[in-house]
Design a protein around this ligand. Structure first.
Ligand code: SAH
Ligand code: F3S
Length: 473
């Protein structure tokens, strides 16, 4: 085990005798991908080396998502696939991690395709669980923790471009949006010690990374008061209250600690975003001017049923404030079409709100009822699938229009781009993102991965800016 900046880094497992090979397949949100890197670090300590080839693995871990039914269906298909592989290779062990593990618990073991089940708070227990599997017992740990943040673990970067990395800052969510399974699968909201967050950013900087994304289900709700669930803050000592650190303060601390690194964060729940955060963003050039601000619906009646703590009007006021403090800031959204009892009038409210904001981009979904949530228990999933699909298509079409408009605003302008990799469509081009989080592609020339390049935009699609480099930034 090595220690750097107070973080525990897995020793070099390759050097360990007969290293076993671990393949992690992650689905769903960025948080899940980030958790996969924590798991790789924990298992690195007991001799597992990560591989990107599933066919050479001794252990396959499916890091699962339960957010919509479709997500669970695609994981079930992968489980069926590995069930077949296990028949040919009985030594292969298969585990389920993440939200489905938490939701379905030992039911997954009963299906016989799986040797091990570990929920999002149980990853430190993986070495013991694997020991039990080796000894022939089924192994399940889906216990929730009020304090676990894997704070001092330095993740093993998987599938990394060596340029951008995630840094987890909170876990769980207390918001209890009525449609959402996350508070049940990921438990109570808690924040990670800022010392470890800053240490992780410094290690990344020393390792040559140029960009970090601070991650949480609800980053703006970050609150460090010595550890423990956010809900218990009210019981904290006067000293702990007086010295507590909120998200604006953490963001500023990170921006100052790694001043040459680009900083992003996600996700911001509108009800928790403060003006302080916007002011910190404005004060630091290295914080990207882009905010992911899921709105879910433009109808006040639906927002109330969803248990979102803002209204159409207060959301618009927040947008106005962002435009005022951070002119040109990229704003993106998540939207749900066809939530319980949604009418055509509610749907029109959503389209009108989209017209008001003209988002840079968004993630759009048809409502999927999730067992155990308040909506599934108390509200009828009464919008026909065909109507959900039609409304979703209308929302996607409107978003495409707005994305196009936003992209065209950048024509002729110079964008500062961090080169993140080769363009998927053209081997001869780099891709990277501008401060607003838009993808920019340009001919490679003599530029390198990780360079900061100024690119003049000459063309665009609704999703991509196309240009030519004018020089290193
Ligand atoms: N923490 C984020 C959301 C995380 S879940 C927030 O502040 O809103 C990511 C997105 O999945 C949500 O924003 C929502 O748009 C979508 N989603 C969640 N539950 C869903 C469901 N039951 N059906 C359809 N979409 C859902
Ligand atoms: Fe889910 Fe709402 Fe939290 S969408 S992750 S309960 S903010």
């Amino acid at each position: 085990m090595r220690e750097s900046q107070g973080l525990i880094t897995a020793g070099d497992p390759v050097a360990k005798k007969a290293a076993k090979k671990l393949y992690i397949e992650s689905y769903g949100c960025q948080m899940n991908f980030s958790d996969g890197e924590v798991v790789a670090a924990i298992l690195g300590e007991v001799g597992y080396r990560s591989t990107s080839q599933s066919d050479e693995a001794d252990l396959v871990l499916l890091n699962t998502c339960s957010i919509r039914e479709k997500a669970e269906q695609s994981i079930r298909k992968r489980l069926a696939h590995y069930h077949a592989v296990k028949r040919k290779n009985p030594r292969l062990k298969v585990g389920v991690l993440g939200c489905m593990a938490e939701r379905l618990k030992s039911r997954l073991l009963e299906e016989k395709a799986v040797d091990l089940v570990a929920g999002p708070d149980a990853y430190r227990d993986l070495p013991r669980l694997l020991g039990a599997v080796e000894a022939g017992s089924p192994a399940v740990n889906t216990c929730h923790s009020k304090t676990e943040t894997y704070a001092e673990i330095n993740p093993v970067r998987l599938d990394s471009n060596g340029v951008s990395a995630w840094v987890s800052i909170t876990r769980g969510c207390d918001n209890m949006c009525s449609f959402c399974v996350v508070p049940f699968t990921r438990g109570r909201e808690r924040s990670r010690d800022p010392q470890h967050i800053v240490a992780e950013c410094m290690v990344l900087w020393q390792d040559g990374y140029k960009e970090v994304t601070l991650l949480g289900q609800n980053v703006d709700s970050y609150l460090w008061y010595g550890g423990g669930p956010k809900r218990d803050f009210k019981y904290a000592s006067e000293l702990a209250k007086a010295t507590a650190m909120d998200f604006a303060q953490l963001l500023e601390l990170v921006a100052q600690t790694v001043p040459a690194m680009r900083i992003r964060f996600s996700t911001s729940n509108p009800q928790d975003m403060t003006e302080d955060v916007l002011r910190v963003m404005a004060a630091h050039d290295n914080i990207c001017k882009s905010i992911h601000l899921p709105v879910q619906s433009g109808s006040d009646r639906i927002l109330k049923l969803m248990n979102r703590q803002y209204t159409n009007q207060s959301y618009r006021r927040l947008i106005d404030k962002i435009r005022d403090i951070l002119p040109g800031c990229g704003i993106s959204h998540d939207l749900i079409a066809g939530f319980c009892s949604e009418t055509e009038a509610d749907h029109r409210d959503t389209l009108r709100l989209m017209d008001y904001v003209r988002y840079h981009f968004g993630y759009m979904f048809a409502y999927s009822s999730r067992p155990g949530t308040a909506a599934a228990k108390k509200l009828a999933d009464d919008v026909p699938e065909s109507t959900k699909k039609r409304r979703l298509q209308a929302i996607i079409a409107r978003q495409r229009l707005h994305s196009s408009m936003r992209m065209k605003e950048q024509l002729g302008r110079v964008q500062r781009v961090l080169v993140a990799g080769t363009s998927k469509k053209n081997e001869g081009e780099w891709y990277g993102r501008n401060t607003q989080n838009a993808v920019v592609v340009f001919p490679k020339g003599s530029y390198q991965l990780g360079d900061w390049v100024d690119v003049k935009v000459s063309d665009c699609t609704p999703a991509t800016l196309i240009g030519k480099a004018v020089g290193l930034a």
